[in-house]
Design a protein around this ligand. Structure first.
Ligand code: PAF
Length: 283
């Protein structure tokens, strides 16, 4: 297995991508913060089905963390990540430093309205500004044909799609299904923080959401269904539920019964905050 080429500067990244373009090759990108798991590997597989070459960025982006969040403790494991990318057949890893991404004097901020309102933003007010800014930079640095994002971070996926639509960034955004363990727990780099007891609790979350989605699809009241889901999440052992809401799939506007939607949740387990979502088929 050949490890991917690693570049740390925008200039080296552009040199490699320019050479691929000269050879007539198409390029896909998978932006990540590292600590790669099976979910990320599935994104790279989809990327390589869609394009000749795949660039994975690994950058723990400080601007999307609030001062109280886990920036310092976020898992960093570059050697293991490069092994995973080698297994997946990824050709290039872009691993910039914070100074490369945010040189002295950097002050731009990309704010996307629409789908960034509410949900995560109610609890992490500057999160999507940080994500939209770094993703816009990564896209303009790499200029891929397409980029793959996981549906696990469903609101983020909607924000990135809107970023490209509103700013005429000609990159196709592909949403990839969430990869789960046998009990339905969504793969997440933050699962590494969970103790065995917490993992058992975390595994209840998706079951509760799927049950709520089935209830909504069979006509149950939205308010009662979501309140029951909230109570079940707390009874399962979560310490707090930040939100459990039904939204329309494309716009994240409040869900209408005849439209496809998503139930989105964020809940806290010890010091860890988990998010997940499931589909609701409109009736
Ligand atoms: O989903 C993530 O890992 C990050 O939010 C992203 C998209 C790489 C931006 O830093």
């Amino acid at each position: 297995m050949k490890r991917p080429q690693v570049v740390e500067t925008v200039s080296d990244l552009r040199t490699v991508v320019r050479e691929w373009r000269r050879q007539g090759l198409s390029v896909a990108m998978v932006p990540t913060m590292g600590a790669l798991h099976d979910g990320h590997v599935s994104l790279t597989r989809i990327a390589l089905e869609r394009a000749d070459r795949c660039v994975v960025s690994i950058f723990v982006n400080p601007t999307q963390f609030a001062p109280t969040e886990d920036l310092d403790k976020y898992p960093r494991q570059l050697a293991a990540d490069l092994d995973r990318l080698a297994e997946a057949g990824v050709q290039l890893a872009f691993t910039p430093t914070a100074a490369e991404m945010y040189p002295h004097g950097f002050d731009a901020k990309v704010a996307i309205g629409g789908p960034s309102a509410g949900l995560e933003t109610d609890f992490r007010p500057t999160f999507f500004e940080g994500v939209a800014t770094v993703v816009a930079k990564l896209f303009l640095q790499t200029l891929p044909d397409c980029a793959v994002f996981g549906e696990k971070d469903y609101q983020q996926l909607c924000v990135v799609k809107k970023l490209c639509r509103d700013l005429d960034i000609p990159i196709e955004i592909i949403g990839a299904p969430t990869v789960r363990d046998a009990d339905g727990l969504a793969m997440s780099s933050r699962n590494a923080y969970l103790s065995p007891t917490e993992l058992a609790v975390a595994r209840q979350l998706n079951k509760i959401l799927r049950h709520a989605a089935r209830s909504l699809q069979s006509g149950a009241s939205e308010q009662e269904t979501l309140e029951k889901a909230r109570q079940k999440i707390l009874a399962a052992g979560f310490g707090a539920v930040d939100y459990v809401e039904a939204r329309e799939s494309d716009t994240l506007a409040p869900w209408q019964r005849d439209r496809d939607g998503r139930i989105l949740v964020a809940a806290r387990l010890g010091a860890t905050r988990l998010i997940d979502n499931v589909e609701i088929v409109g009736i």
